[in-house]
Design a protein around this ligand. Structure first.
Ligand code: HEC
Length: 126
């Protein structure tokens, strides 16, 4: 090992471990009971940019593009929309797309997917 490594190496490893520990503690303290680990405030902006055209301002599937589509976009105000699977299922749909819905895995990152999903879930309560 070169002198640089031996000078900084050990403390570097220790601080990295500390960092990973801190991240792990932070992540595990985010409430998961509601099924939402995302931030709906950030999710709203993503929704308005990428999803609103199809899923609509009210999340009811009546976006401006909806009449032109061969399939009706999911209605997030309907409890049945949220009974199709667990959180992983919905993340998968957004990542990979479904029927005419495009895939978003290369458009938004995993945290943004959780954010937009948590925003879409707010339509159910309204
Ligand atoms: C081109 C129109 C379109 C856009 C844009 C779109 N969706 Fe969809 N989405 C659909 C359609 C159509 C369905 C219903 C698919 C089906 O019948 O299974 C759907 C279904 C869903 C579902 C429910 C799962 C399901 O299979 O019904 C979720 C969650 C969802 N979309 C999230 C999103 C998110 C998040 C965005 C934006 C990042 C988005 N959609 C953008 C058309 C769209």
């Amino acid at each position: 090992m070169g002198p640089l490594f031996s000078r900084h190496g050990k403390s570097g490893v220790i601080s990295l471990t500390g960092f990973i520990l801190a991240v792990t503690v932070t992540l595990s303290s985010i409430p998961v009971a509601s099924g939402a680990t995302g931030d709906p405030v950030r999710g709203k902006k993503i929704y308005q940019g990428l999803c609103i055209q199809c899923h609509g301002v009210k999340g009811d599937g009546n976006g401006v593009a909806a009449p032109a589509l061969m399939e009706k976009p999911a209605n997030f105000t309907d409890p049945k929309t949220w009974q199709m699977g667990d959180e992983a299922f919905y993340i998968h749909v957004i990542r990979r797309g479904r029927k005419i819905m495009p895939a978003f895995w290369d458009v938004i990152d995993p945290q943004q997917i959780r954010d937009v999903l948590s925003y879409e879930r707010t339509f159910l309560k309204k």
